[in-house]
Write a protein that binds this ligand. Structure first.
Ligand code: S3P
Length: 179
């Protein structure tokens, strides 16, 4: 694994894994810019993700997501949060595997995913049995997250941002606003 101080960090993992929270926190602690791909997509499109799913279907959303990943994955020295389904397309996995970024998998179990997404408007979870859907998604996606990730963290607790920071520091990757 190639490692250097200003390496971009890309967070992957299920909905509710805390990619946005951990990403924002890490970016603040490291003095880096934070990029949320879902938010960028909504800004570019002028519509919310549920609206994009409703109008263009999941496939339309995935095409937009791939374009944005391509655009931002080579940005240096930033922290990027991806959407939970970014690993579904082989072209995206290839980008992540080949990118110079450090890809971090925030791993959560079904229970955490359900608790953190309860009542949200995420299109894929608008089903009569969200737990069943979450189990199916986790089973299918976990190997894909692992295929692209350089490292995995248990993100079921509330200290994942600090765990990642500690790991970065232990591996000489820490940065600060004054570096
Ligand atoms: C999705 C996750 C969402 C968003 C979209 C699809 C998924 O992002 O991209 O609703 O397929 O898991 P978060 O992982 O930030 O919730």
């Amino acid at each position: 694994m190639q490692k250097y101080k200003t390496q971009t960090i890309v967070l992957v993992g299920m909905m509710g894994a805390g990619k946005t929270y951990v990403g924002k926190s890490l970016a603040a602690m490291l003095g880096r810019k934070f990029i949320d791909l879902d938010k960028k997509l909504e800004e570019r499109c002028g519509s919310s993700i549920p609206e994009i799913f409703a109008v263009e279907g999941e496939d339309g959303f995935r095409k937009r997501e791939s374009r944005l990943l391509k655009e931002f994955s080579e940005t240096e020295g930033v922290v990027i949060a991806t959407g939970g389904g970014v690993v579904l397309r082989e072209e995206n996995r290839k980008i992540l595997r080949n990118s110079k970024a450090l890809v971090v998998h925030l791993n959560i179990n079904e229970r955490t995913c359900l608790n953190r997404t309860k009542g949200s408007d995420r299109p894929l979870l608008q089903t009569p049995n969200p737990m069943e859907k979450i189990k199916e998604l986790i089973d299918f996606r976990t190997p894909l997250y692992r295929e692209v990730a350089d490292i995995e963290f248990d993100a079921n607790g509330s200290h994942c941002d600090r765990d990642v920071l500690e790991w970065l520091q232990a591996n000489g990757l820490e940065g600060s606003k004054n570096d």
